[in-house]
Design a protein around this ligand. Structure first.
Ligand SMILES: [Zn+2]
Length: 68
């Protein structure tokens, strides 16, 4: 199962979550409780589809889901 890293847009805290591919489960910051998290891609956690997600390697696309 891939690990996704999320960064809280409110306090900047980074958290890693184990997540099924294609899951759209909402996570919340364990530090401040905000659910305004930005998904980061840490590279090693992405499988065969990593090539196709280069354009969103920073997770800054509008939806944040283009790597799926
Ligand atoms: Zn936070």
């Amino acid at each position: 199962m891939p690990i996704f890293e999320y960064k809280c847009k409110k306090c900047g805290h980074k958290t890693e979550f184990l997540e099924k591919a294609g899951s759209s489960k909402k996570h919340s910051c364990e530090k401040c409780g905000s659910n305004n998290l930005q998904r980061l891609f840490s590279g090693f956690s992405v499988g065969q589809s990593s090539q196709g997600s280069d354009s969103c390697s920073t997770g800054t696309c509008p939806t944040g889901t283009c790597g799926l």
